[in-house]
Ligand binder design. Sequence first.
Ligand code: ADP
Ligand code: MG
Length: 269
Amino acid sequence: MTTDALLTANNLTKTYRLPGSTHHKAAENVTFTLKTGGSLGIVGESGSGKTTVARMLVGLVTPDKGEIRIAGRAREPRTPRGKRARLARAREIQMVFQDPYISLDPRLTASDCIRTALRLHGRDESRVKDLLDQVGLGAREAGARPRELSGGQRQRLAIARSLAVNPQVLVLDEAVAALDVSIQAQILKLLDEIREETGVALVFVSHDLAVVQHVTDEVLVMRRGRVVEQGPTDGVLTAPEDPYTKLLLASVPGKDWDPADAVRARAAL
Ligand code: ADP
Ligand code: MG
């Protein structure tokens, strides 16, 4: 392990028990390292286990096996009981979901939402405006409730709320999937800027290779719960070695795209 590793996942494994006596291995021996201030993408088709890994990182799913280390310490597999310990744990890793509408309190204005997060973590409440500024929300949005904001603005608010905690790692699970392409681009640019300004490390989960290509240095390709390929994003997404990564790339519509290539790549698996 290198000394600048901020977050490491070692052999994370999760099996879901299904009705009857069947089991489903949603994640198997998932292992990776994220550097301080780095950005790691997790890609794969729907059902490949990406969300399961993201949820294990934040502690919403307890791994059957494996270990998560952050800043050299093992992360408790379960949420601790005491408030102090819970808050300290929340400051290690924060998560942004696909649909912030569900995780934002509908009664709170954007300002109140950020202030509540700052207060909970004993941080300076005068930072509300700075945090909203940082995600490009102005005075009008500050006084708005979630339903009065657009999808892109809600996602900006969810990101600001996560940053209020000053986390070491931000995990984003399909965080731009529900947004229009032009809004996606704005949020991706914002994430790049935030990473540069704050040094927060990103785990960026997406089924969309183009999105991952823009915001990550390293990428991990998952298929059926396993990592089939991992390495620098540039290398993996321009010269993939694994047939599954090749299939994913062949499936992305673009200039000179031929659906027949994707069909052939699938048949070759
Ligand atoms: P992805 O995010 O890549 O779409 P998920 O991690 O959500 O994949 O799911 C991986 C697999 O695990 C899927 O087959 C899914 O149906 C299954 N799964 C996910 N969560 C649960 C659960 N709570 N109970 C049972 N099966 C689950
Ligand atoms: Mg998912």
